[in-house]
Structure formats: structure tokens, C-alpha cells
Design a protein around this ligand. Structure first.
Ligand SMILES: [Zn+2]
Length: 167
């Protein structure tokens, strides 16, 4: 399965790669004192050390990555939908929604069965628990997830992208 590192200009695309289940680092979340505010060097370093595909809108950085033998994709489209399609065309990524990666921190998401704790600590609306909703928890940052209207909206978006793809 592909692993990615994405630049600041395609953060939204990066979050969606996590929704599709891909291990995705975002440069805005990475810190390395050796590089300071200079993103390009750090992106290239992470791509190389961790075997990640570099996703960027910066043509110069893209060329530099390819020249040094790293796998990279240069995104041209402005809209999220078209960006997802661009990536799908070049790498044939899977665009099914997966509940297994945290969109906030890239951690693994696991089913959360401790409903008593969710209830007591007010982590989620109580009515969700009483109507038998299923929950997941990020093993790294503790974020709680469930399939609500947000999930339905995301499914709609994916359906649109798939239809768009046929033309
Ligand atoms: Zn998390």
C-alpha cells in the first residue's frame, strides 16, 4: 500500500488520502529543527527515509524529487475532486472510504467498545450511544469517530468522483 507525504498546498487532499486508508504525512505537521521553515528539504528527506510518495503542487520540487530518484506526483488541479482523480489516474489509488486511519493525526483507528467510558466522559452525544451507534477511536490521539451525516456526505462525494471519472 502506498505511503504519502503531502505539501501545504494539498492538505485537504492529504486528509482524504487518510480517509481512503493511506498512511499520509503532511509537511505542516512535521517538525525538524535542521530544516526550520524550509519544507522542501524535509519533504525530500521524509520521502526517502520512509519510502513515501511525494505529493506536491510545486513543479520545481517535483522535478527535484524525480531527478533524485524518488517517486513523486505533481498535482495540477485546483478542486479537491479533480485532485483525487489526478492521483487516481497516476497511481490507481483506491477511493473507498475506510474507517482505519485518523484524519487528524494519521494514527490507526480501532473499534471502541468501552461505551461506559464514552458515556461517562461525555466524549460523544449520549443519544448516539442509546441508539446503538458503533464507535471507533484513534489509538494515537484518542479522537472518537462514528458514521454520522458527515460519513454520508463523504460517501456522496466519492460517488460523484466515480461518476465524474467515467467522462
Ligand atoms: Zn488521531
Amino acid at each position: 500500500m502506498y505511503k504519502f507525504i503531502v505539501d501545504r498546498m494539498v492538505c485537504k487532499l492529504g486528509r482524504w488520502l487518510r480517509i481512503f486508508g493511506y498512511d499520509t504525512k503532511m509537511i505542516k505537521e512535521e517538525h525538524d529543527e535542521r530544516y526550520g521553515r524550509e519544507d522542501d528539504g524535509l519533504m525530500l528527506k521524509i520521502a526517502e527515509e520512509e519510502g513515501r510518495i511525494l505529493v506536491t503542487r510545486d513543479v520545481a520540487l517535483f522535478r527535484e524529487a524525480v531527478k533524485s530518484g524518488r517517486e513523486a506526483v505533481c498535482i495540477k488541479a485546483n478542486s479537491l475532486e479533480e485532485q483525487i482523480l489526478e492521483l487516481k489516474k497516476s497511481l490507481d489509488i483506491n477511493i473507498d472510504l475506510k474507517m482505519d486511519r485518523c484524519t487528524i493525526c494519521n494514527g490507526d483507528i480501532v473499534p471502541e467498545d468501552n461505551l461506559d467510558e464514552l458515556y461517562e466522559k461525555d466524549y460523544v452525544p449520549k443519544k448516539l450511544i442509546s441508539r446503538g451507534e458503533k464507535f471507533w477511536k484513534c489509538a494515537k490521539c484518542g479522537q472518537i469517530y462514528w458514521m454520522g451525516t458527515h460519513w454520508d456526505n463523504m460517501k456522496e462525494k466519492v460517488k460523484k468522483i466515480e461518476e465524474f471519472q467515467k467522462f
